[in-house]
Design a binder for this molecule. Sequence first.
Ligand SMILES: NC(=O)c1ccc[n+]([C@@H]2O[C@H](COP(=O)([O-])OP(=O)(O)OC[C@H]3O[C@@H](n4cnc5c(N)ncnc54)[C@H](OP(=O)(O)O)[C@@H]3O)[C@@H](O)[C@H]2O)c1
Length: 487
Amino acid sequence: MTVNTSILIFGASGDLSHRKLIPALFNLYLKKRLPKDFRIFGVATRAWSDEDLRQTCHTSLLELWSEPIDETAWLHFSQKITYRSGDFSDPLTYNRFNQELSAMENGAANRMYYLATPPDFFSLIVNGLAAEQMLDEKEGWRRVVIEKPFGADLPSARGLNIMLHEVLQEKQVFRIDHYLGKETVQNILVARFANTIFEPVWNRNYIENVQITVAETVGVETRGKYYEKAGVVRDMFQNHLLQLLTLVAMEPTSSSNADALRDEKVKVISAIRPIAESDVKKHTVRGQYRGYRNEPNVASDSQTATYAAFRFFIDNWRWQGVPFYLRSGKKLKEKISEIIIQFKSPPHMIFPNRTCLEAPSNLFSMSLQPDEGIHIQFEAKVPDTLADTKSVRMDYHYRDEFGPSPLPEAYERLLLDVINGDASLFTRADQTELSWELIDPILRGWQSPDAPPLSFYDPGEWGPIESNQLLDTAGHRWMQIGDDNCH
Ligand SMILES: NC(=O)c1ccc[n+]([C@@H]2O[C@H](COP(=O)([O-])OP(=O)(O)OC[C@H]3O[C@@H](n4cnc5c(N)ncnc54)[C@H](OP(=O)(O)O)[C@@H]3O)[C@@H](O)[C@H]2O)c1
């Protein structure tokens, strides 16, 4: 098999390309994980030279990397980068790139096409590639990486899938959700399925509820125009939060084969009880941070949610009756991505001295960022008391075990997986559509008279007060490791 490989980045002058993709490729180069004979061919509108793109990427590396850059290696690597300007809406562009790329390849070569462009261009580019037979696999594989967002609702996601399947086989399509490239996210499955101590209690008999939080401290900054249309649900829930939920809730697979894994994810998503439009008030909260309406490119009467919380149930034997609480928002108190499993309280507490009215519950937390690790909170006896108990914790941090910078960037792993043809960490067509099937009725419900009110919160809070009420009704509350979980 040929190792001659071209990586063609559409949107090479953009933020994603020089802040994430090219640094990730450089890291793979330093680790000698890229094919022996490779090149990066970047295209975008602006009239840049090769050197302009190389220089922009170098500046990003200087800004982003805490370690000094191996300048000799960068010099060698950067010589592999070519930049050409062109308009994606001009059909001649593709022919021109194809000819130039073929001359550089000088024979059979594999090709990755990375669509680092606004989503409006996804169909246009894939059709442009198809028209020039640039997707034929006669002379090596052809793989197309599609960035998020994948559609804006079910019809658009379905339309995009139909269009892709007209010119590509599903195995050529890599729908990226960079969350899945994070080590800490992959470790959810390792923690669950490479150990035997957790799985026996990972079900409705022992788990009281599951809480998934992806919180940001920043606001929309310069992305007001995009965010006004997307809002927090399209931006975070349809992809990242539902992905996390599937990893927590899915059944073990019989192998690590990409489709075996993706089949199990699809089964979980299919089992999530949809929240009907008429039930959105009962199961969802929508909020907006104060000051959002003054952000650039945001309407002064904007109804866009910058915060949301959902309560989902999964209708299967493992999870029946266990609430899955999901929340995400901007301008919240802390930047944190975390999964908390709250276990049921002991059925009968024989240590009555504690100030708690009810028996405390154990917590298991998987912290994805910034405190990457796993924590267990359990009760221990307070020394020199008769039988007082106190919540204490056991902590695992990646940095303690594997050194200060053990975690590669998500894009590093994902780009390598595309080169190796491993789609395990990419979203299959059916999963994207099932996710939208869950999200669409909620968004429609939010437009209806049954919508929950848009609740406002101050920057630096944990969202609107209503998000606590969503849990209160079941006697739950949002938890963090270290909290006193005495009710
Ligand atoms: N940035 C991130 O961290 C991030 C994270 C997750 C997902 N994403 C997704 O990644 C994609 C790219 O995001 P981004 O932040 O990099 O966007 P961006 O900074 O706006 O970059 C867009 C790129 O597309 C090029 N482009 C736009 N119209 C074009 C046309 N008609 N012909 C040729 N080139 C054209 C632009 O070229 P010129 O500027 O030269 O015109 C630029 O290189 C989006 O789908 C986004 O949702 C981004």
